[in-house]
Design a protein around this ligand. Structure first.
Ligand SMILES: Cc1ncc(COP(=O)(O)O)c(C=O)c1O
Length: 383
């Protein structure tokens, strides 16, 4: 099956769920499943935390989109990350992570994992990874590509090759690209992470996360801890996410087309000092993006040629594009990372990595691009 066929059919084969021919998977709300014998579950399910038919249908669907064997879904992207780190790392292990990263992930490293004696460092992974300089206790390399919020691109194949020689696990957050534009497992990564809250669900109405792998040993540990730690996705959110995924391919095409049109418009604006979009030839990692992605997605960032007052006037003047955290929904959202999604990172670290108050991150929705460009152009006049 090709991508769109899988996104519609995997996990929703009529009759496999309850035998009456539904073409849409049912929502199994029951937290527990009756058995005929005490010793074993009758149809494979015993308690929803350890397994639920709706959640497992979604897990199969998401795994198939990454061309993978195993998928697991969680109550949030951060719950998936927490389960990943606590399953595969222990005290005195070390993580090397990219230096442009969702603020919540950096906070997880800095507070929770550090508190458990798991150390981390943030590096520019867009440069080739110098193996000799990796501490001996490095157990995982973790990065987003494209990254949040500066849309930097890491060469997945290159990093995975270097890591593999040293027995280091590579985990890639594929939230921005989605499996429609990029499949990290095929490029050598061991685990793919998603915040399904974003494009995968796509309608800003369900929080969730996913871990996907082809390695049985990694899957066994993650699956065990999904149940042991309990951060599972609810049946209703699993249903919503299944519903959202069916249109992932068509949504991603429009997100990308609209983003490209807005980038072309912003490129010529004197009010914009710098533009970050991996599809731009002048983007510093464009060649790697072209090599490993089949499209560049719907996220872009830019620096306004303005002081804080100008930034406020700009975001207040937008009519269709809401000032809000999150991304990947059908509606366009803009945010100021330094004051919103990345405000938890101490200012000096943030600014060292280029997250200053003039930086805007735009999640381009699937509205009509003429309306979006008009909205942006009117707001830029107020700067
Ligand atoms: C790239 C990326 N990864 C992970 C997360 C965390 O996901 P969640 O908010 O679903 O916990 C986010 C949230 O914005 C994100 O942008």
């Amino acid at each position: 099956m090709k991508f769109s066929t899988k996104s519609i059919h995997v996990g929703e084969e009529p009759d496999t769920i309850n035998g009456v021919g539904d073409v849409v998977s049912s929502i199994h709300l029951s937290t527990t499943f009756a058995r005929k014998e005490a010793g074993k579950p009758t149809k494979g399910y015993e308690y929803t935390r350890s397994g639920n038919p709706t959640r497992m249908a979604l897990e199969n669907k998401i795994a198939s989109l990454e061309n993978a064997k195993y998928g697991l879904v969680f109550s949030a992207g951060l719950a998936a990350e927490t389960t990943l780190f606590l399953s595969l790392l222990k005290t005195e292990d070390h993580i090397i992570a990219s230096d442009d990263l969702y603020g919540g992930t950096e906070r997880l490293f800095r507070t929770v994992l550090s508190g458990l004696g798991i150390t981390y460092e943030l590096r520019d992974l867009t440069e080739t990874v110098p193996l000799e300089s990796m501490p001996n206790n490095t157990k995982m390399i973790y990065f987003e590509t494209p990254s949040n919020p500066l849309l930097r691109i890491v060469d997945i194949e290159e990093v995975s090759r270097a890591a593999k020689k040293n027995g280091i696990i590579v985990a890639v957050d594929n939230t921005f690209a989605t499996p429609y534009f990029q499949n990290p497992l095929q490029l050598g990564a061991d685990v793919v992470v998603h915040s399904t809250t974003k494009y995968i669900n796509g309608h800003s109405d369900s929080l969730g996360g996913a871990l996907i792998t082809n390695t049985p040993d990694i899957f066994d540990k993650l699956k065990f801890n999904q149940n042991a730690m309990g951060a599972v996705m609810s049946p209703f959110d699993s249903y919503l996410t299944m519903r959202g995924i069916k249109t992932l391919a068509v949504r991603m095409k429009v997100h990308e087309r609209n983003a490209t049109e807005i980038v072309s418009y912003l490129k010529d604006s004197k009010k914009v000092r710098k533009l970050y979009y991996p599809g731009l030839e002048e983007h510093e990692n464009h060649d790697i993006a072209r090599k490993q992605m089949s499209g560049y997605g719907g996220m872009l960032s830019f620096r306004l040629n303005a002081d804080n007052d100008g930034v406020n006037r700009f975001v207040r003047s937008l009519k269709y594009i809401s000032l809000a955290e999150s991304l990947g929904g059908v509606e366009s959202l803009i945010e100021v990372p330094s004051l919103m999604t990345h405000s938890g990172i101490p200012r000096e670290i943030r600014e060292r990595h280029g997250i200053t108050d003039d930086l805007m991150r735009l999640s381009v929705g699937i509205e009509d691009s003429d309306d979006l460009i008009e909205d942006v152009s009117i707001a830029l006049e107020k700067v």
